[in-house]
Every structure is written in structure tokens, then in C-alpha cells.
Design a binder for this molecule. Structure first.
Ligand SMILES: [Ca+2]
Ligand SMILES: [Ca+2]
Length: 415
């Protein structure tokens, strides 16, 4: 089989179009739709690789936001527990997704708890971008794209995970959603102390070979992979806003299932985007694999957008937006330093970010305990469902950072 799967990026988060077919997204683009204008990446994106270890973080509480040069944004519609928890980052006023998951209330709890431990999240995606939102907390992990022709970086697998090409923004935005600094600039992330390891699995066209993904899963979790050095920054949470099927709708690829099983046995949580085809997520890898926490999208209304995959393999939902209103995020290559993509690619990192918040206060949580906290700490859908069709399930509900964190703090499990 020579066909490779397309990355969720191509399923249209950024193009603000309905869901695309995995094998031929162009088919889904109406003739009248403008082609996406993708701006070349500049500057820091092509900066030399960082070393393989993190710059030690100061053992300080949350950084004090510096005054923003932009106008002070309006406050959250829902009052948080503490006004001090609100970021002053200028994009925050438009980050409806953070209010939808009750992040401000969670931050208030978080700041009141014992000093949170840093938690490492791996973003298996388009690769490393030196986002200023993550300064000192991001590493250029490893490039698992084995085919030099598809990699477009002059070689196959190597220790430079730098993102290449027009989809480089994808992994950058996901990392920023999880961990962007509350620094009075750009956006606010869910866990501004999380550490990010970028692992490149997508080629220049956003396509992913299943074996590359399987090896990257093991490496990100700290397991050995022939030909690669051991990851010095093993992650507790792996974010997979992607799919890697040769033929979608045929279920979980055996190689990816084996890798998910191996990292799960190590206690590492795998968070997977459900996919953007408006279909049953069980047909996809890794969304349909056993042992993943699979996340679909809701729009600002709390309902399932037409593109979002659904079904019994979906664990829960998070904001992924819709073509009318996407997820606002900082991006070096976006116009004005921001983008507003939509798709399940951008729902999954909300769950990864909240998972990292829980691990920061309860670092010894097992994967099962973490999963239960995340899937029980949810906001029910209006009327009990995200879609009028009961078959089109979005899982347990909408992730609720406040409730999940409160439950974690109420127990000594994982302390
Ligand atoms: Ca390479
Ligand atoms: Ca920021």
C-alpha cells in the first residue's frame, strides 16, 4: 500500500471548511472557496536546535504577568474564584474555549495548591517551532519521519525535529494551547508551567507513516527505539492530534495499537483527536485504538460541529470550534501572530493541558486514575447529548478543568 494518511491539519482545521475526506481533501473544497493563504515561517522557527534537556525552571509560583502593550481585555464572563488568576494576555478575551472548560476557576484552585510540579507533555505532530510562548520550557525532541523525500529536511530520522513547510503551525498551535505562558503577550495556555517535547511525525505535506508514529509513541514515553537515543525528557502525556491510517475506517493499525499498549503500560496517557470526517471515530488510528483517551470537538454552543468524528470510542469532548468561530492561539507564522483554526486537532490539547494540570498537583496519579478524573470531571451536554442523533456520541461530556482539578485535590491518590 503506497497511500499514506493525511494529517488532521489537512482535514481543515485552519481552512475553516467542513470536514475533509482523509484521502482527498481537495474534493471537499467547494469550487468557490478561496485557497488557504499560508505564510512562510520566519525567524525563530529555523533557529538551531535546543539541547535535549530543559532549561531548569525557577521554583517560583506562576509568573507575574507583565503589563500588556495592548488594551486590557475584558474580564471573563464567568467570574473565576480569584481575580488574580486571570491572564492579561491580549488574546485571552477571545479565548472562549478557556472559559468553556472553566480554566480560570481551575487556575484559581491551582495557584492555591502546593507549588505545582512541572509536567512534560509530548506533542507528536509537525515538529518543533521555537514559540516565545514556551521559552525555556520547550525542547526540539526527535524527527521520526523516516523517508527523506517526504521529510523535506535533507535526511530521514534525526535529532532535529524542526517543523518544515506550510503546516508547521499545527504542532506549534497545539503546544501553545497546552502550555503558552501567561505573560501579557499573545495567548494564555492551559498549563503555563508545562514542558513541551516536540516529536516530528508528519512530513512536509502533513502525512504520517504508521511505523513512524508507532516508534515516536514509544520514544516520547521514554521507551527504547532502535536507532534513536533514549528521550532524556520522557512525557507523562502524549498529544496526538492526528491520524495515521493507510485506509481510514478500517480500525486501529496493529503497529499503533502495540505502541499505545506499550506506553500505557508505562503509565503514560495518550490523548487522541477523534478526526474531522464526521464519521465514527472507531475506524481511525489512533482515535479508534484501545487505551487512548479520544477527544472530539464541540463548538462554542457546546454542540458537535458537523466535521467532528463521534461514537463509542470517543471518551469526551473539548472545544474545537467550527468554521464560524475557531480556537484563537498565538502562532509565529499567523497574520498578526495569531491563528484561529478549528478541528479536533485543537480539541485534544485542551484535554492534554488539563491532564498536565492534574499531574502537576498529583504527580503519582496512575493512568487509570487520571483517566477517571478527566472523564468524570466533565460538564454534561445540554439535554444529555452533543448531537440530536444518539448514535453520534461525544463521550462523557465537555472537559471541565475546575471539576477535574477539584476532584484530584480532594483526594490524596497520586500525591
Ligand atoms: Ca530529518
Ligand atoms: Ca502568552
Amino acid at each position: 500500500m503506497s497511500r499514506r494518511a493525511l494529517f488532521l491539519a489537512l482535514s481543515l482545521g485552519l481552512w475553516a471548511l467542513p470536514a475533509a475526506d482523509a484521502q482527498s481533501p481537495a474534493r471537499q473544497i467547494p469550487a468557490s472557496a478561496p485557497l488557504p493563504v499560508l505564510q512562510p515561517l520566519t525567524g525563530p522557527t529555523n533557529a538551531p536546535a535546543l539541547s535535549g534537556t530543559f532549561t531548569p525552571l525557577p521554583p517560583a509560583p506562576l509568573p507575574t504577568p507583565t503589563p500588556s502593550p495592548a488594551p486590557v481585555p475584558p474580564r471573563a464572563a464567568t467570574p473565576p474564584g480569584s481575580a488574580a488568576a486571570l491572564p492579561t494576555d491580549p488574546l485571552y478575551a477571545r479565548q472562549w474555549d478557556l472559559r468553556a472548560i472553566r480554566a480560570p476557576q481551575a487556575w484559581a484552585l491551582w495557584q492555591g495548591s502546593a507549588p505545582p510540579a512541572p509536567v512534560t507533555v509530548a506533542v507528536l505532530d509537525t515538529g518543533y517551532v521555537a514559540s516565545p510562548e514556551l521559552a525555556g520550557r520547550v525542547v526540539n525532541g526527535y524527527d521520526f519521519v523516516s523517508d527523506p523525500g517526504r521529510a523535506a529536511d535533507g535526511n530521514g530520522r534525526d535529532s532535529d525535529a524542526s517543523a518544515v513547510g506550510p503546516f508547521a503551525y499545527h504542532g506549534e498551535v497545539i503546544a501553545n494551547l497546552i502550555a503558552a505562558a501567561h505573560d501579557g503577550r499573545g495567548m494564555a495556555g492551559i498549563n503555563p508551567r508545562a514542558r513541551i517535547v516536540h516529536v516530528r511525525v508528519a512530513d512536509v505535506n502533513g502525512e504520517i507513516a504508521p511505523q513512524d508514529l508507532a516508534d515516536a509513541l514509544r520514544w516520547a514515553a521514554g521507551l527504547s527505539v532502535p536507532g534513536a537515543p533514549v528521550n532524556p525528557n520522557p512525557a507523562r502525556v502524549l498529544n496526538l492530534s492526528l491520524f495515521a491510517d493507510f485506509i481510514p475506517l478500517t480500525g486501529c493499525d496493529a503497529r499503533i495499537q502495540a505502541a499505545v499498549d506499550a506506553v500505557a503500560a508505562r503509565g503514560v496517557l495518550v490523548v487522541a483527536g477523534a478526526g474531522n470526517d464526521g464519521k465514527d471515530a472507531r475506524g481511525y488510528s489512533p482515535a479508534g485504538c484501545r487505551g487512548t483517551l479520544t477527544v472530539t470537538s464541540v463548538s462554542e454552543t457546546g454542540q458537535r460541529p458537523g466535521y467532528a468524528n463521534w461514537g463509542r470510542s470517543v471518551s469526551l469532548a473539548a472545544p474545537g470550534g467550527d468554521p464560524a468561530r475557531g480556537i484563537v492561539a498565538s502562532s509565529l507564522s499567523g497574520a498578526g501572530g495569531e491563528r484561529q483554526p478549528n478541528g479536533t486537532s485543537f480539541a485534544a490539547p485542551h484535554v492534554s493541558g488539563v491532564a498536565s494540570l492534574l499531574l502537576s498537583v498529583r504527580p503519582a496519579l496512575s493512568r487509570l486514575s487520571l483517566t477517571l478524573l478527566l472523564t468524570r470531571g466533565v460538564t454534561p451536554f445540554a439535554g444529555g447529548r452533543c448531537d440530536p442523533d444518539p448514535l453520534k456520541s461525544c463521550g462523557a461530556g465537555l472537559i471541565n478543568a475546575e471539576l477535574a482539578l477539584k476532584s484530584a485535590l480532594a483526594s490524596s491518590v497520586g500525591k
